[in-house]
Design a protein around this ligand. Structure first.
Ligand code: NCD
Length: 315
């Protein structure tokens, strides 16, 4: 993937996965997002960086925050944005995705954000893209969601500072189906986190997690003394109904409540990529509580996507 994502002189040209993205690149993106976040807070929140460039959102799966976030990021960099309507498109008539890409490239589009249920679709398009055209993975299957991994790392950095090596990070919930968890793990490990903890019902874990952190069979031990508690929803659309108990039982066994959160460090932050299910994986009072940075993550996502797009398109 390194060859696909980087030019021979080490410049990022596509963003498909955070696996193999060096620490220095992650740090540049975090610093750039921090600077752009300031712009986003100004009354006139637009920069001319991508004037004359065109960004296409190619979303083959439903999305609220990610698609809007990419659109706002592009608009705030003065790019033109096309939201490709998959429901009305020729992909429904059997046109291959690669032909769709080439068709839009012929109209001089510069950057494509691709979300697809099949793992590997953004990488496939990147391998067929014309020189100078960038592909950004907006989430593929359960493989990767690199901009979410980056915005999560950025959010942690804002609260916990430069030294990731001293942090305990607990990721709780449906890790098996979570592209977010995979990208978070790549980013956090590269940035220096060694104390990674995971907890979920056994059928929602994967064996490789034992290679990168500690796996717990209950939430309480996993969040004990943690600096960051990251909650994931059960991704029911990716599993068969028998895989988990009903919502109420899930909440009792795996939900983050205020009482459970009291086991984490007093200054621990609570994260969730959204969409969240209140009273299932997280109590509403925790989601809205003083340690929650869930809405901040959403805001940081726009700044991080601005950072990614400007880095990819600034030749
Ligand atoms: C996630 C996704 O689509 O992977 N959401 C997001 O992009 N913020 C997580 C999810 O759907 O649970």
């Amino acid at each position: 993937m390194t060859d696909l994502q980087f030019t021979p002189d080490g410049r990022l040209k596509h963003l498909i996965t955070l696996d193999g993205v060096p620490k220095a690149e992650l740090e540049v993106l975090i610093d750039t997002a921090a600077a752009l976040r300031q712009t986003a807070l100004r009354p006139v929140n637009k920069l001319p960086t991508l004037r004359g460039r065109t960004v296409v959102n190619l979303f083959f799966e439903p999305s609220t925050r990610t698609r809007t976030s990419f659109e706002l990021a592009a608009v705030r960099l003065s790019a033109d944005v096309v939201n490709f309507d998959v429901g009305q498109s020729s992909t429904k008539k059997g046109e291959s995705l690669i032909d769709t890409l080439h068709t839009l490239e012929a109209m001089r589009c510069d950057l494509f954000v691709v979300r697809h249920k099949e793992n590997g679709t953004p990488a496939l398009l990147a391998s067929h893209a014309q020189p100078g055209v960038a592909i950004v993975n907006g989430g593929d299957g359960n493989h990767a969601h690199p901009t979410q991994g980056l915005l999560d790392a950025f959010t942690i950095h804002r609260h916990k500072g430069d030294d990731f090596s001293r942090l305990g990070v607990a990721i709780i919930g449906d890790i098996l189906h979570s592209r977010v968890a995979r990208s978070d793990i790549h980013a956090l490990r590269t940035l220096g986190v060694t104390d990674l903890r995971f907890a979920a019902p056994a059928q929602l874990l994967t064996p490789e997690l034992r290679d990168v952190g500690r796996v717990f069979d209950n939430i309480d031990d996993a969040i004990d003394g943690a600096d960051v508690v990251m909650m994931l929803r059960p991704q029911k659309e990716r599993m068969d109904a028998a895989m988990i108990a009903d919502d109420a039982a899930y909440h009792v066994a795996w939900g983050l409540t205020e009482q459970r959160l009291s086991r984490a460090r007093p200054d621990a932050i609570v994260m969730h990529p959204g969409p969240m299910n209140r009273e299932v994986e997280i109590a509403g009072s925790v989601a809205d509580g003083p340690r929650s940075v869930i809405l901040e993550q959403v805001g940081n996502g726009v700044a991080m996507r601005m950072a990614v797009m400007s880095r990819l398109l600034s030749a």
